[in-house]
Design a protein around this ligand. Structure first.
Ligand code: NAD
Ligand code: TYD
Length: 349
């Protein structure tokens, strides 16, 4: 841990128009506990199907914020971006992030998650940035049996093309730290929930479907276990790691809230006052990881971080948010996403 907190001058946030990135940027600009006039934020995003400028309309025009449209895998563009904006720190959220899509086509996952990370690392070295934080996932550790937890030293054993591409990126960061003394930090977090999550992921998908009285496609027996963390707790962890961690460190973040998918689905339906008959057991995801569980003792001890939002409170607030933002979901669920969704579930049911 760093005795003197690191404060950048200009922070590049990649993938800031997605779910977690937009929550992170909003927190750094508007939360009194984190807003810091000493640094500017540049948001570099390719605006894929998952990136949405609308997620940050409330901070557009903020004096410390700027959006730049581009691809993290475009070396010339990234180099110029770092140089032109005087970037001295990077937080890399940009990724293809959905496991089911990676099973349909792993190409974009290799391109953005691996090649994009390599390009960012090289540009960061060239521009002598002082901190680089790679936002990673607990999925790189693979799957657990009914007991045990992932720690930062658990061997990487990714099972899906998504998690394999994230693990490859983590290993590149690790190798740059080891080989070049690069100031890289890796954070690995469990399943996030909260506002602005793209409605292909479990919670927003099931909320949107239930509100329309459509079926909720539970994969397999629904007994898979995920650890749920509110996105704001994850964002606080990333900020703590950016400012306080020494280069070369890895931190796990989790919500200490393990739940079976089926139990979560039933709770959701209960809160929405919808019948269990909406549950539709569909063919399992190929290679579906059975259980994730995180030991975040290191982050607690070294960063003074811990998850704050109890799941019951966070879930109720999240449902409220999606109820109040149904038009946001409707806009996002139209177009390209609808085609993917129909294809996905035609093959499963
Ligand atoms: P998301 O899919 O909602 O957002 C990804 C963002 O990256 C989008 O704005 C997209 O436009 C952008 N992007 C994609 N390819 C790009 C490229 N080549 N260049 C620039 N921008 C690009 O994802 P998310 O759920 O917000 O996840 C963000 C990060 O956190 C990812 O790296 C993911 O692996 C990691 N993570 C997510 C979770 C989770 O539960 N969602 C948990 C742990 C870690
Ligand atoms: P997801 O939100 O895709 O996150 P991840 O696969 O990265 O953990 O899925 C969370 C869990 O919910 C996972 O076990 C798969 C399951 N799931 C379903 O049962 N049905 C669905 O329609 C989706 C999207 C996920």
């Amino acid at each position: 841990m760093n005795a003197t907190p690191f404060v950048p001058e200009a922070l590049l946030v990649t993938g800031g128009c997605g779910f977690i990135g937009s929550n992170f940027i909003r927190m750094l600009l508007t939360d009194p506990q984190f807003a810091d006039d000493r640094f500017r934020i540049i948001n570099l995003d390719k605006l894929t199907y998952a990136g949405n400028l609308e997620n940050l309309t409330d901070v557009e025009g903020h004096s410390r914020y700027q959006f730049v449209h581009g691809d993290i895998a475009d070396a010339d563009f990234v180099n110029h971006c770092l140089n032109d904006h005087g970037i001295d720190a990077v937080v890399n959220f940009a990724a293809e992030s959905h496991v089911d899509r990676s099973i349909l086509d792993s190409g974009p996952f290799v391109q953005t998650n691996i090649v994009g990370t390599q390009v960012l690392l090289d540009a960061s070295r060239q521009n002598e940035i002082k901190r680089y934080l790679q936002v990673s996932t607990d999925e790189v550790y693979g799957s657990l049996g009914s007991s045990g937890f992932f720690t930062e030293t658990t061997p990487l054993a990714p099972n899906s093309p998504y998690s394999a591409s994230k693990a490859a990126a983590d290993l590149l960061v690790r190798s740059y730290c080891h080989t070049f003394g690069f100031p890289g930090i890796i954070t690995r977090c469990s399943n996030n929930y909260g506002p602005y999550q793209f409605p292909e992921k479990l919670l927003p998908l099931f909320i949107a479907n239930a509100l329309e009285d459509r079926q909720l496609p539970v994969y397999g027996d629904g007994r898979q276990v995920r650890d749920w963390i509110h996105v704001s707790d994850h964002c606080r962890g990333i900020a703590a790691a950016l400012h306080q961690s020494s280069p070369g460190e890895v931190y796990n973040f989790g919500g200490e809230c393990e739940l079976e998918n089926l139990r979560l689905t039933e709770t959701l339906l209960e809160l929405l006052n919808k019948p269990d008959s909406l549950i539709n057991f569909v063919k399992d995801r190929p290679g579906h990881d059975r259980r994730y569980a995180i030991d975040c003792a290191k982050a607690k001890q070294e960063l003074g971080w811990q998850p704050r939002i109890p799941f019951e409170t966070g879930l109720k607030e999240t449902i409220e948010w999606y109820l109040e933002h149904q038009q946001w979901t409707d806009r996002i669920r139209s177009g390209e996403y609808r085609i993917y969704y129909d294809q996905q579930y035609r093959d499963r049911s």
